[in-house]
Write a protein that binds this ligand. Sequence first.
Ligand SMILES: [Fe+2]
Ligand SMILES: [Fe+2]
Length: 271
Amino acid sequence: MRLLFLGDVMGRAGRDAVAERLPGLIARHGFDFVVVNGENASHGKGLIESHFQALRDAGADIVTLGDHAFDQREALSYIEREPTLIRPINYAPGTPGRGAMLAEGRNGHRVLVVNALGRVFMPPIDDPFRAVEAAIAACPLGEQADAIIVDFHTEATSEIQAMGHFLDGRASLVVGTHTHIPTADHRILKGGTAFQADAGMCGDFDSIIGTDTEEPLNRFLTGIPNGRFSPAEGEATLCGVMVETDPRTGLAVKVMPLRLGGVLAQAEPGF
Ligand SMILES: [Fe+2]
Ligand SMILES: [Fe+2]
């Protein structure tokens, strides 16, 4: 199977890049399944329903979220009727929506996607390791799931690496989101799980993690808020990870990073 994961879509620039580039990517590389993290797609804060639909229309099979999941409060209601939108699994019991979804890919493959929030340099939340473990135990790779993708949304690369090793051999891909900066450590772990500590964002990198530089820079210099953060609106770089799996085991046989367009652009790799 061929899987594509795209990191945090940031504002209009990120949404436009996904709409313009994702359909062609799917056609050129024959991806069977696409996951997109949409937690910042609506002006950097959360995801309104029309922007969720636009990500789906561009080719996302599942849209994941993160700490900004419910910044747009309408997500608290429409997530209940949109099974292809998932929020972190380790929110308190009773939180609207679901944290894992078994979905069908283009060729009938069953793909389990799990989203979780980390706890290092992040607000307090339930244990992500046990929560992800329970979701995977209920739907094991090579049995109920042909592929398993875990989007672990957190700040510390150590915590993401811990999740990668924890799930090695039990997931097709463990990938980090949230920092918005793509890491250069993509690889296949010993047990066969593809890994990258952060996928990077789909947004304008001529910015401070996707935000216009002026106000964040002001706050670093003075500590005094002087306005709102607004997403940078130059051309976005589409950042993600491409994985090919062995259809018999669901484990990874190839992993490659992707950076298309904008100031971080690299040539589109053959995949
Ligand atoms: Fe983000
Ligand atoms: Fe985040």
